[in-house]
Design a protein around this ligand. Structure first.
Ligand code: ADP
Ligand code: MG
Length: 250
């Protein structure tokens, strides 16, 4: 589903991704870990066309996102193509970014109705179903301000799922939550994974990564330091840098 080979990205003189190799198979969960500033968010943003790849090769479901090799011209998509591809990728951020003036239900219905031109009553039915799936069937009429952070984040997940994505990207989805609200969000993600969703999850929840992840990738300073089975990478890391990081977050 995601295939990265030597992916590079820089902002001015700052090299943020220095040749990332990473593969996520369909139906798998890849957990990305690493210190702040190591390039995790930038990598997710490249997958989702929010940042442009400067070098190497990046493909989602066989479609090239960016490609440049041996000084050849960058493979670039037209705006329309980018919009179409982005519809297939759901993204959940640390901050939930719900529309504050809309109820939970309207937040979930918004994109299907306005972007996909789905029939309103069908979109409403699907949105209700999704809210039930994230455990918020009884909160459909609530506004974001009336919901806890964890509930808002679950609405954000439902909203992303409403577009029927083939890939879900999570960027530290529980980092902004009070500790007692983290579990409900992780449970929703765990069920999503069990249902077969392909997911790339940036998280410092080591327990989640170990239980749910099919692979764990440890990044530092724009490179993949080590990757593999989470039960190895996160329990018996081979690299000193991974070990040092884990001892800080555990
Ligand atoms: P992480 O998510 O691992 O904390 P990021 O991908 O957010 O790391 O950032 C990696 C580096 O890229 C940081 O040094 C950050 O300051 C820099 N960076 C990210 N986005 C931009 C941008 N739009 N312009 C300039 N520098 C950026
Ligand atoms: Mg980040």
């Amino acid at each position: 589903m995601v295939h990265a080979q030597g992916v590079r990205k820089h902002f001015g003189k700052l090299e943020v991704l220095k040749g990332i190799d990473l593969t996520v198979e369909r139906g798998q969960v890849c957990c990305l870990l690493g210190p702040s500033g190591s390039g995790k968010s930038t990598f997710l943003r490249c997958i989702n066309h929010l940042d442009r790849v400067d070098g190497g090769k990046l493909a989602v479901d066989g479609d090239l996102v960016g490609y440049r090799q041996n000084g050849s011209r960058l493979h670039e998509l037209r705006e329309k193509e980018v919009a179409a591809r982005r519809r297939d990728i759901g993204m959940v951020f640390q901050r939930f970014n719900l529309f504050p003036h809309m109820t939970a239900l309207d937040n979930v219905m918004e994109a299907p109705v306005n972007v996909c031109k789905t029939d309103k009553s069908q979109a409403r039915d699907e949105a209700r179903h999704l809210l039930e799936r994230v455990g918020l069937g009884d909160r459909a009429g609530h506004y974001p301000a009336q919901l806890s952070g964890g509930q808002q984040q679950r609405v954000a997940i439902a909203r992303a799922l409403a577009m029927k994505p083939k890939l879900m990207l999570f960027d530290e989805p529980t980092s902004a939550l009070d500790p007692e609200l983290v579990g409900d969000v992780l449970d929703v993600m765990r069920r999503l994974a069990a249902d077969g969703m392909t997911m790339v999850v940036v998280t410092h929840e080591i327990g989640f990564a170990r239980e749910v992840g099919d692979t764990a990738v440890f990044m530092d300073d724009g490179v993949v330091v080590e990757s593999g089975d989470p039960r190895q990478v996160l329990v018996e890391p081979r690299q000193e840098r991974t070990r040092a990081f884990l001892s800080k977050v555990l």
